[in-house]
Design a protein around this ligand. Structure first.
Ligand SMILES: [Zn+2]
Length: 224
């Protein structure tokens, strides 16, 4: 079986997390959300975790070189020898180049950059419809999973609220940041023939089967 060394990209609300969960099961790959593995390295007290700890605690950005080190610590473990799914890194072209070089030194290479895309209005429709019950955090969606009575939790009758993070203006700001950061990176992977695009406005099942078919083809091509 050829390696599946993947990075996952896409705006918030396009369904990246859902697809990652399914890919982990389908292909038995470890999933590395960079925030999570950084926290794990710190709590496990690895050498790089110890270097990162004061930087993270000060609220500063971990330098690329250190972040690459933390990621490669994971990629070098036996669980990732057949591949991995990396989410949240790279975010910039220099980071992508550094990842490329680190993989190349190990005789490995990225298989594909999977982009799950959705237009801004769809992302806003999905994310801004969320309502949370003020008492116990039960989650609803005005369109996809509405409560029986407007603004009231079915389970405990408490008031439903919209979190600040789910307000359209907040989502638009996050999307603008995402686009500014990611567009050059998408082009960079596209120029290298590594980008695979998926339509995040389709149902999760449709997106999933499209990704599976694409990865099966890539794995076959790699074996030829
Ligand atoms: Zn509730």
């Amino acid at each position: 079986m050829a390696e599946l060394n993947l990075i996952l990209m896409g705006p918030p609300g396009a369904g990246k997390g859902t697809q990652a969960e399914r890919l982990v099961i389908d292909f038995d790959l470890p999933y590395y959300a960079t925030g999570d593995i950084l926290r794990a390295a710190i709590s496990e007290g690895t050498e790089l975790g110890k270097r990162a700890q004061p930087i993270v605690e000060a609220g500063d950005l971990v330098p690329d070189e250190l972040m690459i080190g933390v990621i490669m610590e994971r990629i070098d473990t036996p669980e990732a020898e057949d591949g991995f799914i990396l989410d949240g890194f790279p975010r910039t072209i220099p980071q992508a180049e550094a990842l490329d070089e680190a993989l190349d030194r190990r005789g490995r290479a990225l298989t594909a950059a999977l982009l799950i895309n959705a237009p801004g209005e769809e992302v806003i429709r999905r994310l801004s419809g969320r309502r949370i019950c003020a008492k116990s955090g039960h989650v609803y969606h005005v369109e996809f999973d509405p409560p029986k009575n407007d603004e009231v939790c079915d389970q405990d009758g408490s008031r439903l609220i919209q979190r600040d993070d789910d307000k359209p203006e907040t989502i638009e700001k996050r999307l603008a940041v995402y686009r500014e950061q990611t567009t050059p990176l998408i082009d960079w992977y596209d120029e290298r023939g590594l980008l695979r695009r998926f339509d995040g406005t389709r149902t999760p099942e449709e997106v999933h089967s499209h990704i599976r078919a694409t990865l099966a083809t890539l794995a076959l091509e790699a074996e030829l």
